[in-house]
Design a protein around this ligand. Sequence first.
Ligand code: SF4
Ligand code: SF4
Length: 68
Amino acid sequence: MPNSMITLNYQKCRPDLCNSGYCTAIPACPLKLIEQEEKYGFPMTNSAVCKGCAKCVTACPFKAITLS
Ligand code: SF4
Ligand code: SF4
């Protein structure tokens, strides 16, 4: 689906509880649209070319990522 977009909810996001500080949604995205500047940092996204596959949504254990 073109023109999809993900939103990160920083109220729910807990990088400290995800894979020793590493966001588990990052390796799940086939387009590498989620990045983390440093271990334990909040992930950020450039979802301009997001294809809406929802793999990142599934990979996040805290339901911090929503797709629209
Ligand atoms: S997997 Fe989810 S809760 Fe964990 S750092 Fe990534 S977005 Fe945040
Ligand atoms: S929905 Fe798919 S393409 Fe879009 S950011 Fe998530 S994993 Fe990447």
